[in-house]
Design a protein around this ligand. Structure first.
Ligand code: ADP
Ligand code: MG
Length: 238
């Protein structure tokens, strides 16, 4: 678990500023969802927290540390993307353990972490299968399992359900909620889907054009939108 703080975080691509001085404080074990229209800067913000994009200004804290200059692997985060690439020639067990294996962790530790992750995500009966023999939802659970085995302080999700059909998406929301209750990690989750955001979040962060319009609990934002953009985006009653 860890807190995440963004202080005046800015991102430029060349002359173009796509994230304008964002401030955000995320508590230990909080589930925060960044939501907003396509192109508003959600992924860029998440990728800066992950260390996959350099920040152009400001500071990012994970726990007590400023992580601006730390590479992703030293930030104690795990990221789950929309396009979860599993290794097709490896079993589920091998896929789950792979990151620990390349980190040269002892085999007993890898086995324990994989068994725990499989238990949390109901993957235990599937450990000897290969990805080709799994359903879309099962594959997505393996992708999440790969994030869990590293016991990160912070999970970062970028539209992890976008490739799934509507029914599966609804089921996976429940899985992600369960995951959060079991691992008790801080989660920063990006989606453009308002319903997904409202269902999952402790607090939602509504973004537009590279800045934050409003931060609050789903109920707060729904009942007290700060402007018509938020009201329209969330679908609040007039
Ligand atoms: P979102 O995830 O909310 O859809 P992004 O964070 O991906 O939005 O993108 C925010 C803005 O930054 C968009 O205008 C996008 O075109 C721009 N952008 C993203 N990545 C790059 C890049 N590598 N180079 C230039 N512009 C980029
Ligand atoms: Mg995105």
């Amino acid at each position: 678990m860890a807190q995440v703080h963004l202080r005046d975080v800015v991102k430029n691509y060349g002359p173009l500023e796509v994230v304008h001085s964002i401030n955000l404080d995320i508590a230990d074990n909080e589930f925060v969802v960044l939501v907003g229209p396509s192109g508003c800067g959600k992924s860029t913000t998440l990728r800066m927290i992950a260390g996959l994009e350099e920040i152009s200004g400001g500071e990012i804290f994970i726990g007590d540390n400023v992580v601006n200059d730390l590479p992703p692997r030293e930030r104690n985060i795990s990221m789950v993307f929309q396009n979860y690439a599993l290794y097709p020639h490896m079993t589920v067990r091998e896929n789950l353990g792979f990151s620990l294996k390349i980190a040269k962790r002892p085999q007993a530790e890898i086995d324990k972490a994989v068994d725990e992750a499989a238990e949390i995500l109901s993957l235990t009966p599937l450990l000897d299968r290969k990805p080709g023999a799994l359903s879309g939802g099962q594959r997505q659970r393996v992708a999440m399992g790969r994030a869990i085995v590293r016991h990160p302080d912070v999970f970062l999700f970028d539209e992890p359900l976008s490739n799934l059909d509507a029914k599966l998406r609804t089921q996976m929301r429940v899985e992600i909620k369960k995951l959060h209750q079991k691992v008790r990690s801080t989660i920063v989750y990006v989606t453009h889907d308002q319903v997904e955001a409202m269902t999952l979040a402790d607090r939602i962060v509504i973004m537009r054009d590279g800045h934050i319009e409003q931060i609050g609990t789903p109920l707060d934002v729904f009942e007290n939108p700060v402007n018509t953009f938020v009201a329209t985006f969330i679908g609040s009653p007039p």
